[in-house]
Ligand binder design. Structure first.
Ligand SMILES: Nc1nc2c(ncn2[C@@H]2O[C@H](COP(=O)(O)OP(=O)(O)O)[C@@H](O)[C@H]2O)c(=O)[nH]1
Ligand SMILES: [Mg+2]
Length: 196
């Protein structure tokens, strides 16, 4: 599992979306939530997925091909403090285009910072995923920043906010620092792509 890793391409517009006929796992969530770090941690690489340099800048969709079997897709982040309304709309349009144009998405990882409440844009993404009938899981990220009682509180809060979530099924915790949650996510990907 995860033996051969290749960078496929970056896309900035709909006609650059990758059309390779392989299933995709997409990573979405706000800028800086840790999407690229999660990909690197899963792949056991330090700098495979680019870590954001200039936050808030319009960035590309990045495709990574794994074992010639499936793609990990790093979507641009949203909701940076300084993001203008125009930029937010641009983000929403790109993600919307992505979700409605991609025939390949098998699963979406929606990352949410475990220290913060979901934002309006998280809600928007949640609705986009629901309306495109894409299977998604929510990942409460950066849990290394929380103590046990804060973590319990965060889990309670998220389930109240998105009642469809169930811990261990479509809700997970994660930390790129401690690697908490890596095993669970790997097992999920393993079931999806490596067991026939
Ligand atoms: N404490 C902590 N920091 C993290 C974690 N994951 C990412 N970061 C940091 O958060 C920042 C943004 O990470 P990045 O992966 O580029 O986020 P992206 O914009 O969603 O791709 C970087 O400074 C990372 O080092 C985590 O699990 N715990
Ligand atoms: Mg990134």
């Amino acid at each position: 599992m995860f033996k051969k890793l290749e960078f496929l391409r970056s896309a900035y517009t709909v006609n650059q979306f990758d059309k390779t006929d392989l299933p995709e796992v997409i990573f979405c969530g706000r800028s800086n939530v840790g999407k690229s770090s999660l990909i690197n941690t899963l792949l056991n690489r330090k700098k495979f997925a680019k870590i954001s340099s200039t936050p808030g800048k319009t960035r590309s969709i990045n495709y990574y091909l794994i074992d010639e079997q499936f793609k990990l897709v790093d979507l641009p982040g949203y909701g940076y403090a300084k993001t203008s309304i125009a930029e937010r709309e641009k983000w929403a349009k790109l993600v919307q285009d992505y979700l409605s144009n991609s025939d390949f998405v098998d699963l979406a990882f929606h990352l949410i910072d475990s220290r913060h409440k979901p934002t309006e844009l998280d809600d928007k993404l949640n609705l986009l995923l629901k309306s495109s009938s894409i299977s998604y899981i929510v990942i409460l990220n950066k849990v290394d920043k929380l103590n046990q009682s804060q973590l319990a509180e965060t889990k309670r809060r998220i389930v109240k906010h998105y009642p469809e979530l169930k811990f261990g099924e479509n809700l997970f915790v994660f930390s790129s620092i401690t690697k908490n949650g890596r095993k669970e996510l790997m097992s999920l990907l393993n079931k999806l792509f490596y067991s026939s």
